[in-house]
Design a protein around this ligand. Structure first.
Ligand code: HSE
Length: 342
């Protein structure tokens, strides 16, 4: 079977995914028997290009890099509502790489619902939709007989969700403590080396780690929505953004960072989930971590999550938490899982 793929959102990650698909086409087919046809790419700002015969990923990357638009490409068409696009150019897997609105979950929530309703499986790195209503989306997918996957919504392509779903099956997750935002960890690491906050944020934006609106990173919204996803996934518990006790890094000064350092500690923006009797409590806050703690040595855009489990004790997974190729890898592995029926 040739998997027909559609992509919504052509920012840093969307473009990274198209590039990865182009680069790996032969490898994917040879190693996994995964043949694909990229049938449309649509972006609210950059335009839409569609072809039931398949588009050339290399040409799309070139158009985006050189012109920042899909408008001059063969197969270019007016933007249309996704349902219309899907009915004209149906796909088997819809990839959602749109920016996140933490309050409404849109546009991701609507994109995933529309894709699933059309009979397509959906993969997303966008956190809004799955953070807000993972159970609803899973129910919709199961009613329609398709799949929804979201590995790169937390820790980009570093396989935290699959770790818990797969190798850790049978373990009860008692507690989660992690660094789940690459931008803030990068800024904190740079500040510790003496760099200025604003300059470090600008660099994180340039390197493609930050959200379209970086307030989401520095005020802790991005980490909070990831707490919502992990709470649903690991604890079966729906927390809303308002339930998360959230504090970002904007109130931290260079003095705070230096004080932690002279106390033999390191400030990290920690996202946590703990059981509290029958309920579950989620938080995001800067914590001065003892240097002996595994999270203290996680630097730059790297993320890590320590899972306290009943059967295995503590398990820590460390890896990239942001970036174009890193996030695209999560989308790709989700697609391969769907194709192999995992
Ligand atoms: N802005 C996010 C981060 C991207 O810095 O972690 C990955 O979700």
């Amino acid at each position: 079977m040739v998997y027909r793929i559609g992509l919504v959102g052509c920012g840093t990650v969307g473009k990274g995914l198209v590039a990865l698909l182009g680069e790996k086409r032969e490898y994917l087919e040879k190693k996994y028997g995964f043949a694909f046809s990229l049938n449309f790419v649509t972006d609210f700002i950059k335009g839409t290009v569609a072809s039931a015969d398949g588009l050339d990923p290399g040409e799309i990357v070139r158009a985006l890099s050189e012109k920042g638009s899909l408008g001059d490409m063969k197969g270019s068409r007016d933007n249309a509502p996704l349902a219309e696009l899907l009915s004209e150019t149906p796909v088997d897997i819809l990839c959602d790489a749109t920016p996140t609105n933490y309050e409404t979950g849109q546009p991701s929530l609507g994109i995933l619902q529309t894709a699933i309703a059309s009979g397509a499986s959906a993969v997303t790195c966008s956190k809004g939709g799955v953070g807000l209503d993972l159970a609803g989306l899973k129910k919709l997918a199961s009613e329609r007989g398709v799949q929804i996957r979201y590995e790169s919504s937390v820790l980009s392509g570093t396989p935290l969700l699959n770790l818990v779903r797969g190798p850790l099956a049978g373990c009860v997750i008692e507690k989660v403590q992690g660094i789940v935002n690459g931008t803030t960890n990068y800024i904190l690491t740079m500040m510790e080396g003496g760099a200025d906050y604003a300059e470090s944020l600008k660099e994180a934006q340039r390197l493609g780690y930050a959200e379209t609106d970086p307030t989401g990173d520095v005020e802790g919204f991005d980490a909070a929505v990831k707490v919502c996803i992990m709470a649903q996934e690991f604890f079966g518990c729906k927390l809303s953004m308002a339930d998360i006790d959230r504090r970002g890094i904007t109130a931290l000064s260079a003095g705070d960072v230096e004080k932690a350092r002279s106390d033999g500690k390191r400030i990290k923006l920690i996202a946590g989930i703990e059981r509290d009797g029958e309920s579950v409590r989620g938080y995001v806050k800067p914590v001065a971590m003892d240097l002996a703690h595994p999270l203290a040595s996680v630097s730059g855009p790297t993320n890590a999550v320590c899972l306290s489990t009943d059967n295995l004790g503590d398990v820590t997974i460390i890896g990239p938490g942001a970036g174009a190729k890193e996030t695209a890898q999560g989308l790709l592995s989700d697609m391969l899982d769907i194709a192999s029926g995992r």
